[in-house]
Ligand binder design. Sequence first.
Ligand code: SAM
Length: 591
Amino acid sequence: MKPLFSAPVVPAIIEWRDDEPWSTVYQDVYFSKKAGIEESTAVFIRGNDLETRFKQPGNFSILETGFGTGLNFLIASDLFERTSPSGLLHFFSVEKHPLKKEDLIRALRTYPGLPCETLIERYAPWTHGFHHIVLSPRVILTLMIGDVSEILPLVRGRFDALFLDGFAPRQNEDMWSREIALELARISGPGTTLASFTSAGHVRRALIEAGFAVEKTPGFGTKREMIRGSMPGTPRRQTPSHAVVIGAGIAGASTAFSLAKRGVPCTIIDRQDKPAREGSGNRRGVFQPVLAASPTPWSRWTLAGFEYLCSLLRSLNFPTNFCGVFQAAEDEKELQRMQRAISVWPAELGRILSRPEASRVTGVDIPFPGVLFPGAGFLSPSDLTQRLILQSNAQTLYGQSVARVEKMDSGFRITTAQTTVDADCLFYCAGTGTPQFVDAPVSATRGQIHYIPPWNETLRTVICADGYLIPGNDFWTAGSTYSRTDTTSSPHIEGQNEILEKLRNAIPDVPHFETLLDGRVGYRISAKDRFAIFGQLGDHAFLSTAHGSRGIVSAPLAAEVIASLACGMPVPVESDLMNHFQNRYAIKHKL
Ligand code: SAM
């Protein structure tokens, strides 16, 4: 793994000079207090002609070098929300030294009326790499933490506009080099525009050499000149006009939701008579990142997915219990592994609890220490699936098995026993049905869970050990079995006993239940290496599957990735991570 992801993030050191944020590292001001909004609007909004361009229907993507206080982002997103008739604004911004939250608050609340509270609420301590904040149903921020020279090569896709805002070139040459100009050209297409407050000759020349047409225009306030530029050519949009999503579980629902946000109408087809009838059908499910002792692809992915999910849930106001998840370390080796893992991630993500602390925090007697993920928790995956489908306004065809998929001149024809649907792009989110459509090394594992009567009133967090226990007012949820050979479709007493026995090791007062409790059987679909499979399959066909028992954190971000790819928008995940996931297996479309 690249050193970037394991190096600690150094936050910005701000000095407040007359209430203006001043960078002690770069010896320059972030913005002027008196006219920050006016300057940002004059340079970046007008410099990119956004007042006119936002009025056209469709999605829009912006890349900024230097997130700073987020002022440019807030001004652009506010304008988009107010004036754009449809589509999504996806704003990517690079930042090497993120502001501490208290500095961000002080900087942004200077401006009465600036809609900054949601950004403040969702702003967190960041690790290196890409992070997502869902600001509203129509605006997503991908904050890319790291040096611009390391981050830009990880960006894939084409942007509509670029904001170049990295402190004065004299103070900060690294941000304005020829290599950066070439990277900016790589992620631009015909019609991509750029604007910057600087008109320094070497910056202009580097951009021109990289292929941009650049002009000097009058600067704002006391600045004589600024630059604006564009990549020659006419922009092309490729938003699909209709998508079919096969599968109405969490992967399919998230995909329809991400497509709908980008203005793509969807039809969802599922063989079951209702959504979330298979792997996503549990009434309770745990969400948490899976942190390893180094930034492995899987821990980076689950952390990004977890952050995106939390932000999405908040933006949807979806009923979620952020009660925390305690993971017990049942032996010394496990505890050491957890300690190593916790030490490489920000302290806010997780902390080690001693044995007495574990009992106090969880509310039940636990004979083990472990790690607490305070921001994690549980929700109803089946309700989330239904909510995302509802929100997507998708047409739904339930109780219909796909019999045939044909490639047509302009897309696909999908036939079920009852109907035929044409689509210009196709998404396989079919869970255990995946092998019907693609040749992928996936298999199903049976999982049995039970809804059990609470036996004390003090359980406060989710407890994960060899099995898990989820609190709740009316019932608790205990899971789970893992079997590749058991084919029984309903819960059985042996499975129930197995779960409770496993749990009893970490929670000794788990009672014995003689009768079969309410429960459920689902099948997790996983790849050989247990990591999710998502991405583009071929022309206009996409896949999201094998999220295993991590569907809640993995499927929504995978949906963002494949919906972005389908709409020709920049990919919200680092390209090395995408390559890792995409290049593991040669997956063939069975057409
Ligand atoms: N756009 C910001 C706003 O709206 O508040 C102001 C940006 S400020 C003028 C420049 C930002 O660029 C700073 O936050 C700084 O930390 C960041 N920066 C400087 N050099 C960088 C580098 N090499 N890589 C990434 N970010 C860098």
